[in-house]
Design a protein around this ligand. Sequence first.
Ligand code: FEO
Length: 171
Amino acid sequence: MISKKMIDALNKQIEEEFYSANLYLSMASWCDKEGLSNSAAFLYNHFEEESSHGMKIFHYINEMGGHAIVPGIKQPPFEYKSIHQVFEDTYQHEVYITEQIHKLVKLAIEESDYATNNFLQWFVEEQREEEATFQEILSILKLIGNGPTNLYFIEQEIAKISAKAHTDSSE
Ligand code: FEO
């Protein structure tokens, strides 16, 4: 039996996941505008992934006899100083999302809700992978540096990471 408190917390996480989707969509659009098409493609892909995370929780709540609520989503930022800022923000955002997932796991354990705890373990692993991917991007960006002529090399590296992340998520 899932508690009202757990359902409310999961509904809140739907909002976090859909906000993440919109945040990455906004970043993708900024990259597109700047001609950074590989970074844009990577972030469009991430928009889809985050939407699917939100829907995964959405369906789980209803399967468990709860009521999934379509959230209102605040507008994400749409201007960025640089591609470095975009990826620094993605990393910080994923760290924040991991904290939220861990709070949900803590609540499920406190409530002896083993089904929800089990359901959430997929997200625990997903967050570990996402943090690792964004951390890798930040390390590469740091190595390449932030001169305007370095954007070409950044785009090449993002394409490689994007291909790898896509292969991993389809395995
Ligand atoms: Fe679904 Fe990357 O948080």
